[in-house]
Design a protein around this ligand. Structure first.
Ligand code: MTE
Ligand code: MO
Length: 202
């Protein structure tokens, strides 16, 4: 039976195509999700080391990292707790730049990111190359705050945000996958939001 209200119902708002399945738009908020106490790390005491399956293990200080070619991410981020944040802007350096200097061996397939707090997360090497991963020290043109991983966090925005380790200090190249903190606690080894890879087995 045709309904007189059909025309109105037909104008129901479309779901934003930028939202992966099961996610909602958090708007201008930026929730803080941290398993450990927030460390206060002065930039002059921060450094990043790339080691493991690489030809040239390398450490960069804050000043050295800032002399590398700058790189920016503009786009969305997605947390496994179902919030997504649109149109973020992060500044820092592309992981490609660090990896080109450290030169992964032919056997390198995975990366374990470690924070100075002990937090770890694992990623396929293919997910942090090709302009898809950054060390980020700026958000919206301002220094990244300690709550959000400042002075420097990992940023891998095409995967769920638990992969973006805050206070990152080491990237270890590996021949085999080694589950990190949340991955040992049941979260997915890859974490693609478009495939809803939230938990092991998804
Ligand atoms: N060191 C560290 N990094 C971390 C986490 C953490 O608990 N410790 N939480 C992860 C999770 S689950 C998310 S969703 C994001 C949250 O980042 P935010 O607090 O800046 O939103 O950081 C990720 N990186
Ligand atoms: Mo998260």
């Amino acid at each position: 039976m045709p309904s007189p209200t059909r025309g109105f119902l037909g104008r129901r708002r479309e779901r934003d195509p930028r939202l992966p399945p099961g996610q909602y738009d958090v708007g201008t908020d930026w929730p803080v999700l941290t398993a450990e106490p927030t460390p206060r790390i002065p930039p002059e005491r921060w450094s990043i080391t790339v080691d493991g399956e690489v030809e040239s293990p390398t450490t960069w200080t804050w000043d050295e990292a800032h002399r590398l070619p700058p790189s920016e991410y503009r786009g969305d981020i997605h947390c496994v707790t179902t919030w997504s944040k649109f149109d973020t802007r992060f500044g820092g350096v592309s992981l490609d730049t660090l990896l080109e200097a450290a030169r992964p061996t032919a056997a390198a397939r995975f990366v374990l990111a470690t924070s100075s707090t002990g937090y770890t997360t694992n990623l396929p090497l293919a997910d942090v190359t090709g302009g898809r991963a950054w060390l980020a020290w700026e958000f919206d043109g301002r220094p990244l705050t300690p709550e959000h991983g400042g002075p420097v966090r990992l940023l891998v925005p095409h995967l769920y945000f638990w992969k973006s380790a805050k206070w990152v200090s080491r990237l270890t190249l590996l021949t085999e996958d080694r589950p990190g903190f949340w991955e040992q606690n049941g979260y997915h080894d890859r974490g693609d939001p478009w495939r809803q890879q939230r938990y092991q087995g998804d």
